[in-house]
Design a protein around this ligand. Structure first.
Ligand code: ATP
Ligand code: MG
Ligand code: FE
Length: 333
């Protein structure tokens, strides 16, 4: 069964053809990063316009790459939220037009479920139940994935998302948008023990997160150093920040695995591309006998393939959207 998947929730226009939820026949991703870089972050109105400009060509490329025609598609999967409302609307309108004209079903997909499902594409043997740690640009969740279309949220951030913290700290260090990959790179040469930034664990037993205090601690540190006219080693700041994030993420994730007795962990979202997180989670999982799944690098950040995977599992579990489907910028998991 083939789905044509459409993703336009933020600043990537992506269309993919996915077979049976796990196999990529094509996955075209057009990123707007270079345009938004000038503004230090995504400008919603520009994002919407750019999606409109390229989406038809992306569809052509996706079909060509998969070597199929529109009549070979069984149903359409499209991101319904969360994301930027104008950006989501472009993909949604395009998806509805295709569904209507081809007379095939339309499936609305939650973008965050998509991030989790990227693991099904990279790891053909992964099956629920498992624990998922979602660390993306706008969201942070600990989830018990009990079935292919069943998600139980156990913890979430109370303020900044992990990716947001990376991007804000990078900005304070004068690094270009998106900051996450830059912090990752600098951390490889910096000393993670140079500065002891706070680890916020919240209440004992809590699986929620809070990263705004850490961000503020870094801003304060940078201001104090500037006032004292002392040199700031940005590699050390980056590495110490990254380690503080990893300590909190890993403590809560492995505690949850222990408490639920689950033996599989999947990491998802753009920050799953972080090499420090990949290394430390790989080591800890090995120590504790947990099987670890992380998507291939190009499937960590936004792409339509993951939307096609989540769409497939919704579809076979009986879900079907109507042409009245609305986008929801704040759709929750
Ligand atoms: P959401 O999925 O929550 O709606 P989004 O789609 O904008 O948000 P993603 O595509 O999942 O976010 O990921 C983008 C985020 O990942 C950015 O915050 C970026 O800085 C971060 N990121 C990407 N690569 C790395 C890396 N190597 N290390 C740390 N962060 C990274
Ligand atoms: Mg993006
Ligand atoms: Fe995303």
């Amino acid at each position: 069964m083939k789905t044509l998947a459409i993703e336009t929730s933020c600043d990537e226009t992506s269309i993919a053809v996915i077979e049976d939820g796990r196999k990529i026949l094509s996955n075209i991703i057009s990123t707007q990063i270079e345009t938004h870089k000038k503004f230090g972050g995504v400008v919603p109105e520009i994002a919407s316009r750019m999606h409109v400009e390229v989406i038809s060509q992306i569809l052509k490329n996706a079909l060509e790459d998969a070597n199929i025609g529109l009549n070979d598609i069984d149903f359409i999967s499209v991101t319904e939220g969360p994301g930027l409302v104008g950006a989501l609307l472009v993909g949604m309108s395009f998806a509805k037009a295709l569904s209507y004209s081809l007379d095939i079903p339309l499936i609305g997909v939650n973008h965050i479920k998509g991030h989790i499902c990227a693991n099904y594409i990279s790891h053909k043997n992964l099956e629920p139940p498992f624990i998922a740690l979602v660390i993306s640009g706008g969201h942070t969740y600990l989830v018990d994935v009990t079935g292919y279309d069943e998600y139980k949220v156990i913890g979430r951030t109370r303020d900044d998302a992990v990716g947001e913290a990376f991007d804000k700290v990078a900005r304070a260090l004068g690094l270009p948008y998106p900051g996450g990959p830059m912090i990752d790179k600098l951390s490889k040469v910096g000393n993670p023990e140079a500065i002891n930034f706070p680890r916020v664990y919240l209440e004992v037993n809590s699986y929620d997160f809070s990263f705004s205090g850490l961000k503020t601690a870094i801003l304060n540190y940078l201001n104090q150093m500037k006032q004292k006219n002392e040199t700031i080693t940005i590699e050390d700041v980056a590495a110490s920040f990254q380690m503080a994030v990893i300590d909190v993420l890993s403590e809560k994730t492995f505690r949850l695995l222990n408490e639920t007795k689950r033996n599989k962990l999947a990491i998802a979202g753009g920050v799953a591309a972080n090499s420090g997180i990949r290394d430390i989670f790989t080591k800890k999982a090995l120590e504790k006998g947990i099987e670890l799944f992380i998507p291939d690098m190009n499937l960590c950040t936004d792409n339509a393939a993951m939307i096609g995977s989540a769409g497939y599992y919704s579809y076979i579990s009986g879900k079907k959207s109507t042409l009245g489907l609305k986008v929801d910028a704040n759709l929750s998991l």
